[in-house]
Write a new protein. Structure first.
Length: 401
């Protein structure tokens, strides 16, 4: 039982932490890949609600033009399914473990290639691409850049057959342009959503979200990730990555959507075509929230607030270094912990860390293979610094899927 609203809570999100409920962790739910979600638009956002500068609705002519583009572009768009390694991925015998979107950028004698968001295919072992005519093709990840949340796929199309291709824009878009998204949000199959670009080069407010994104008003949802954002000429100008959303009595309402920009001359696209695989560095920790500063000492965690975590990936750098997750020692009559054991990370290489997001930012600023020193308070007492070498995020794939 949770404490009543009239009682102070000793930890922000603590009940969710200790019950293992996800507050934004990447995972699979209801057969669709979880789209990374921010509670509010990032700083620098162009979305000004209830403002005279808010983006104009699409005109009738713009809407008509985008409908025509959707009809032409849908054959080059894909539904991506993460199928069970054993068993069927097709109803009524089975269903996908995850769902996302993508689009074809090349199909010919040299094979068929497609783009998607990396978080859609992260850790996938049995990936299938479904075209608009419901034909299913095996797909494999041949290149990716985790920091930009983009992956290049090879679609295993039979010899002599080609798929429709979506052209990529030659130039970066401008604020105010109309935009068309094609995706599989909410379990739909290759449907369209429209909006307007409201900002360029948006800085993410969390280290594990890509920066430099396009912001648009199209109401995207989980399942749309990895799909194309097209301009009024029918050219791809971005790849859907994440959304900002707010809770309502009727569910989650998308405030704005974000896409990784792409052009024909994009260095990112060239690197992917060359087969690059860029992993984000990790320690191997998972957290579902922070503890308010004033409760660290009463909970037995010491006087110095820092980053707390609730699980350690087996075999990870954190595991090898002996880091210990939070565990409840005692609880009150409502089931809320009153005493905790575990580690609090207070600094990296001597630089102060106050919460998990700061820890994540400090780690993401480095590279796989870098060695760091962690200052740690264990069960309320400082212990000698722990040294560990950062590993690739792929070591957490099984835990996060």
């Amino acid at each position: 039982m949770l404490p009543s609203k009239s009682r102070p809570r000793p930890a922000r999100h603590l009940a969710a932490i200790l019950l293992g409920l996800s507050l934004g962790a990447v995972g699979i739910s209801a057969a669709q890949s979880a789209m990374p979600t921010l509670p509010n638009p990032p700083a620098g956002s162009g979305l000004l609600q209830n403002s005279p500068l808010a983006p104009k609705p699409l005109s009738a002519s713009e809407a008509k033009s985008l409908r025509s583009i959707f009809t032409k572009s849908r054959p080059g768009s894909l539904r991506l399914e993460q199928c069970p390694v054993k068993g069927s991925c097709v109803a009524p015998d089975g269903e996908p473990d995850g769902l996302g979107s993508g689009f074809v950028i090349e199909s010919g004698k040299n094979g068929t290639l497609a783009l998607t968001a990396y978080h859609v295919v992260f850790g996938a072992k049995n990936l299938v691409a479904v075209t608009a005519d419901k034909t299913r093709y095996p797909a494999t990840v041949v290149a990716y850049d985790d920091s930009h949340d983009v992956a290049l796929l090879k679609i295993n199309v039979p010899a002599g057959r080609t798929l429709a291709v979506l052209p990529i824009a030659a130039e970066m878009p401008k604020v105010g342009q109309s935009a068309l998204a094609i995706g599989n949000g909410g379990g739909e199959f290759l449907v369209s959503k429209t909006g307007r670009l409201t900002a360029l080069d948006v800085a993410a407010s969390r280290a594990n979200f890509p920066s430099g994104t396009l912001e648009l008003t199209a109401p995207l949802v989980p399942g749309d990730s990895g799909g194309p954002i097209l301009n009024a000429q029918g050219e791809v100008m971005g790849i859907v990555s994440y959304i900002s959303a707010r809770a309502t009595p009727f569910g989650i309402a998308t405030q704005s959507s974000y896409a990784v920009p792409v052009t024909k001359a994009s260095p990112l696209l060239s690197e992917l075509r060359s087969g690059v695989k860029v992993d984000a560095p990790v320690i191997g920790l998972l957290s579902f929230g922070d503890i308010a500063d004033e409760y660290f000492e009463p909970l037995g965690l010491g006087k110095l607030p820092g980053a707390v975590f609730t699980s350690v990936t087996k075999g990870s750098p954190a595991d090898q270094a002996g880091l210990k997750p939070l565990k409840p020692l005692t609880s009150d009559e409502y089931g809320t912990p009153t005493r905790l054991s575990g580690d609090v990370i207070t600094a990296i290489n001597g630089v102060r860390i106050r919460n998990f997001d700061e820890l994540l930012s400090a780690v993401r600023a480095r590279k796989v293979g870098d060695t760091i020193k962690l200052s740690v308070v264990r069960d309320g007492k400082a212990i000698p610094d722990l040294s560990l070498k950062l590993g690739p995020r792929t070591i957490t794939a099984e835990e996060q899927r």
